[in-house]
Design a protein around this ligand. Sequence first.
Ligand code: EPU
Length: 457
Amino acid sequence: MTDDVLLVHGGNPLEGEIRVRGAKNLVPKAMVAALLGQGPSRLRNVPDIRDVKVVRGLLQLHGVTVRTGDEDGELILDPSHVESANVADIDAHAGSSRIPILFCGPLLHRLGHAFIPGLGGCDIGGRPVDFHFEVLRQFGATIEKHPQGTYLVAQQRLRGTRIELPYPSVGATEQVLLTAVLAEGVTELRNAAIEPEIVDLICVLQKMGAIITLGTDRTILITGVDELGGYNHRALPDRLEAASWACAALATKGDIYVRGARQLEMMTFLNTFRKVGGDFEVDDEGIRFWHSGGELKAIALETDVHPGFQTDWQQPLVVALTQATGLSIVHETVYESRLGFTGALNQMGAHIQLYSECLGATPCRFGARNFQHSAVVSGPSKLIGSELVIPDLRGGFSYLIAALAAEGTSTVHGIDLINRGYENFMDKLRDLGAHVELPGELPAVAAGEPSGELVDA
Ligand code: EPU
């Protein structure tokens, strides 16, 4: 599909200002939370991304009225008439997102049953949902798996329970929260994920009337209530998108002001950004990120659950590390296959070697299992434009960064995937002066700059 291909003419710094809105990893979940209320909810700062559209469609199938509000980026969600959806209609959403699994608890509370289609999401590891189903069983749901999806039934009101997650999974923690708030009695969750998006979801649920205590040592205590109301909430900003633009500034020797970015949720990223040699300045409206002009420095980096270095920051940063002097070591401990995207960077001229050993301070779950989850990045490398096929959301944006940092023209296939999580990324790229063109378009090139070759559409 020609629409899905982008020509990127690299070699120019990205400069200017863009804005990030609500977090992709919060907004769709806050939309699901609206299902739990007796009255309408108002969600603000909603980005125009595919995951939001998918969840909107699924909510509407279940009788929730979803309309845009008066404010830009505002959604009004009214769950007054929740009803069962046609399985074939739900199934049409199969493979489009990972969010449908979070409908389980709310639908079990509202209808006593739920059907969950096969899940989508990025191919960055096995991404099982065993924790989710185990948790739901503990609440009292019965679960039947079928080839087209999973049927869940609650014979009676779900009951609060004690849960210890084998790993602090973001999704499984959200599953517990969205189920426990209306369950009978108290739920104690141990080894919970505490990402800022989860804390924001807790704020949403508290506004609805839930009683949730965020304890020490990854413990969350939820006291079930009989009924919840609607909420009025402004979603926290997307710290993952903000960091992607920061890495784009670093890799292209640019200077980008990210309006909407907030320091609090990005502290760990900001420390690493500074260690690599990037500069930043925080003000009340956003964060300016820029390349300081000197050599970038190699670092040792390990991804982890919050408050560690977020796995979604890893891929864009690796592109910047190809421009750092020396050997950087990256240990990916959250997803076993999230370094697969580096093959294409090597094809562009990077020097990245993958290892199945844990090259970090802490041995992780993947060490003895032959997954190539550690990388040594040797730099700086001159990147050359290439033919690239986008493998996943963050890897895809990272390819755009690499193509923009590279000399010459890259042809990037599969750019539609980036719409899942990056709002208006084409407009933003152009606002920052990127030379990008869709095949068939006239080249958008600044005066005096050489244009790239147009390929046949
Ligand atoms: N895991 C299991 N079993 C489960 C659930 C998770 O083994 O039932 C494992 C996973 O395989 C993985 C680890 O636990 O190794 C962490 O997975 P987690 O459940 O935390 O991830 P998720 O909820 O599926 C969300 C984000 C991801 C983000 C991770 C980690 C959404 C929609 N997705 O995924 O975002 O990387 O948390 O913070 O919120 C992205 O934005 O590009 C993205 C992939």
